[in-house]
Design a protein around this ligand. Structure first.
Ligand code: SF4
Length: 346
């Protein structure tokens, strides 16, 4: 099947489905997918859109599976959510499982602080449900700081999982010292944990990371600064603190988009995040120099292709329901609570 054929068939299927369909796509999708999306956004924006979406019967979610699950949790029961590639799973989300988190929770609570579990949206539904059940909530990279500040303002301490770097970088911006950050390593033996230092913690972190963002190194920042005069470096907070601390700016996907868009004509930017997104910022800002800090693609996001999108859409036209996103009923209510608490604060 040629590209033109696929494009025409996607357009035809979209037209037939009309208002019954919306297609949501994450910024990290290839432009071949983004071109067909009704809404493009980061995790927070897509969660907000899914929660407000009342009319479309079918939501087709082009991203990794936890995002499609989030839409399933937030939209109404009459709506159906489909994922063109159910095997597109975020490796970061797989770095925390419920039994390890429950074990950590039991130990951390023993430190004598009032702890609030905070799960990054890049996680599976059972962890979101865990937070909903335990007076906790979800967060994204756009609102992590606001949510952590909210918790600390109530004299409570966040237990944040599974992305260590986002947790550490956020804590730093709030003035929390390294010595007040306790790292829970799910692979460590009980004897290796210094539970004494838990008592002074202002935040509990989890050893998990995004392979796409941890590829950026301080030497990459040095290199682009040597190669380009007056270049600004902006990175995602899933990058390691050594890179975030050297960058001119760090923030969520939407933040990165805005900071480049609002900059002066002729300005130069090196961006430390997923390459599809860097390429779309470059295309949208032809009056600026935009380069990747280094080329780093998310292989899981790339599993969603126009062919797979077409397969879902044509099946929907025929009244079939390919790859519906299903979330275990026992998780839905509590996971929704965790997400709604986040949307109320953020
Ligand atoms: Fe997961 Fe990182 Fe890919 Fe995002 S970019 S989906 S966090 S692996």
């Amino acid at each position: 099947m040629g590209n033109t054929d696929i494009i025409e068939r996607i357009k035809a299927a979209k037209e037939k489905l009309g208002k019954d369909l919306i297609i949501l796509a994450h910024y990290y999708q290839h432009h071949d997918i983004i071109n067909f999306a009704d809404f493009v956004g980061d995790s927070l924006q897509l969660a907000q859109i899914a929660s407000r979406q009342k009319t479309a019967r079918y939501i087709v979610f082009c991203a990794v599976s936890f995002m499609a699950e989030t839409a399933r949790i937030l939209c109404s029961p009459e709506q159906e959510v489909f994922h063109p590639e159910p095997h597109a799973r975020c490796p970061l989300a797989e770095m925390a499982n419920i039994s390890d988190v429950e074990k950590a929770w039991a130990v951390i609570q023993g430190a004598g602080k009032e702890v609030v579990p905070v799960v990054y949206v890049n996680s599976n539904a059972d962890l979101k449900a865990f937070c909903g059940r335990n007076k906790g909530l979800a967060c994204t990279s756009s609102n992590a700081k606001k949510i952590m500040e909210h918790i600390l303002s109530e004299n409570k301490v966040p237990f944040f999982f599974p992305d260590e770097n986002l947790g550490r970088n956020t804590a730093q911006t709030m003035g929390i010292h390294e010595s007040e950050m306790f790292l829970w390593d799910p692979y460590a033996g009980d004897a290796d944990r210094n539970t004494e230092s838990m008592k002074d913690a202002q935040i509990y972190l989890w050893r998990g990371f995004c392979i796409v963002h941890t590829i950026f190194l301080p030497s990459d920042v040095e290199r682009v600064r040597k190669e380009y005069d007056n270049i600004k470096v902006v990175v995602h907070p899933e990058c390691i603190p050594g890179v975030v601390n050297m960058a001119d700016f760090a923030g969520s996907t939407s933040f990165i988009k805005n900071v480049v868009e609002q900059s002066d004509t002729g300005s130069k930017w090196a961006i430390g995040t997923e390459i599809n997104f860097v390429n779309s910022i470059k295309a949208q800002n032809p009056d600026k120099l935009v380069i990747p800090l280094k080329t780093s693609g998310c292989r899981e996001m790339a599993k969603v292709t126009p062919e797979k999108l077409l397969h879902v859409l044509e099946n929907l036209v025929e009244g079939k329901t390919p790859y519906p996103v299903l979330v275990d009923e026992s998780f839905v209510n509590h996971a929704r609570i965790a997400l709604k608490r986040m949307l109320e604060i953020a």
